[in-house]
Design a binder for this molecule. Structure first.
Ligand code: ASP
Ligand code: MG
Length: 410
């Protein structure tokens, strides 16, 4: 008898028919003799709707209260899924994150899991129940409700699979698996049979949006092999696991477009030691998730005889963090002494990812040439061992993805 953790995302539980469909699938797994722990997201649109309600009242609502609010989304789904299972004769119990023993730190809206003591889960499984756990939420050691960041139900599933030593972890979503790029942009995108944690991590954090990246990091750290597959058919999905030798033969595994970043530029920043430290320390303290950072060379021409030379510093951060970032930067105006701040929201970050890049040359040149041929201007560039990212105009994002996919993958 195997223990399976199945996670169903927002679209998979998007209405009551879909919830009944999930119940049928869970019942089938159980009928094969397996124990099933189900992790669910809020019904699609619910979390966004709750956020909108709060933002209608205040642009920067208290993060503790946001967690209190957002955690209700998943609680609706666990109860509805349990009810759906009961109606087809399957014993099932729903649990909040806290009841499932998910203990987190106190960083509201993006808490990290400290530990999991799934005592109640074990007990209810042992008594023959399907256990349905609310994704995305936990509780601090002192009983405050927390959430794990957008898309955090994935993390709940992976972490539970690790804590329960599950035999199988399946992430059910509205796509068949991980594709070489978003099939809605490029219809000829191919489904990957397997992908390494590192590639998946880059793709997830780059906005391939199949999974929350923190959950992939967690899976890598604890060696949780998982499968991403569709809840709407029986097609095999994509297996995510440690890198193997054969994976290096492919130079570019995927092309991703992240539309969820914003750019902040500080113009005329004094070019002297400690300035970048001040800026990014303050952003970090405010839990702003900074991604790319670029500093220009000094403006020699703006330098007068005995003044400090100045430079420009640009960074990108998650779009929802933009207001927070602006506040932090404004607060530093006196201390840092920059001239002005410019923000841009209409940017896209295009990235190519592949473990094969470690052993192939000429990849960057080919990418830039492809973009140039499309008349796409590159605003920022960053690279890692297995990734090249460029920030471009959002309006040209999809056109760029099509061209880059055609150039590298076909
Ligand atoms: N409901 C949460 C969100 O929309 C968590 C999740 O779906 O995984 O971000
Ligand atoms: Mg989701």
């Amino acid at each position: 008898m195997a223990l399976i953790v199945q996670k169903y995302g927002g679209t998979s539980v998007g209405n009551t028919d879909r919830i009944k469909n999930v119940a049928r699938r869970v019942a089938e797994s159980r009928a094969r003799g397996d124990s099933v722990v189900v992790v669910v997201s809020a019904m699609s649109g619910v979390t966004d709707g709750l956020i909108k309600l709060a933002k209608d009242i205040a642009p920067l609502p208290s993060e503790r209260e946001m967690d209190m609010l957002l955690a209700t989304g998943e609680q609706q789904t666990i109860a509805l899924t349990a009810i759906a299972l009961h109606t087809i004769g399957v014993p099932a119990v729903s649990m909040t994150g806290a009841q499932a023993g998910i203990v987190t730190d106190g960083v509201h809206t993006k808490a990290k899991i400290h530990n999991i003591t799934p005592q109640q889960v074990h007990e209810k499984l042992k008594a023959g129940n399907v256990v349905i756990v609310a994704g995305f939420q936990g509780e601090t050691a002192t009983g405050q409700i927390t959430t794990l960041g957008r898309g955090g139900s994935d993390l709940t599933a992976i972490a539970l699979a690790a804590a329960l030593k599950a035999d199988l972890c399946q992430i059910y979503t509205d796509v068949d698996g991980v594709y070489t790029t978003d099939p809605r942009i490029v219809p000829t995108a191919k489904k990957l049979a397997e992908i390494s944690y590192d590639e998946m991590l880059e793709l997830a954090s780059l906005g391939a949006k199949v999974m929350q990246s923190r959950s992939v990091e967690f899976a890598k750290k604890f060696g949780v092999v998982f499968e991403v597959r569709s809840s709407l058919n029986d097609n095999p999905g994509t297996i995510v696991k440690e890198e193997t030798k054969s994976m290096e033969g492919v130079v570019v595994r995927g092309v991703a477009l992240d539309k969820n970043q914003a750019k902040v530029t500080l113009v005329g920043v004094p070019d002297k030691p400690g300035v970048a430290a001040k800026i990014f320390k303050a952003l970090g303290d405010a839990t702003v998730n900074v991604d790319m950072i670029i500093q220009n060379i000094s403006h020699g021409s703006l330098q007068t005889a005995n003044s400090t030379p100045t430079t420009d510093i640009s960074f990108t951060a998650d779009k929802p963090d933009l207001l927070k970032a602006q506040k932090v930067i404004e607060g530093l105006k006196k201390e840092v002494g920059y001239r002005e701040v410019i923000t841009a929201e209409k940017i896209g970050k295009l990235s190519i990812v592949g473990v094969g890049m470690k052993s192939h040359t000429g990849v960057a040149g080919k990418l830039f040439e492809t973009l140039a041929n499309e008349g796409v201007n590159i605003d920022m560039i960053s690279t890692s061992e297995i990734k090249i990212s460029v920030v471009i105009d959002l309006a040209k994002g999809e056109q760029a993805v099509k061209a880059v996919h055609a150039a590298f993958i076909g």
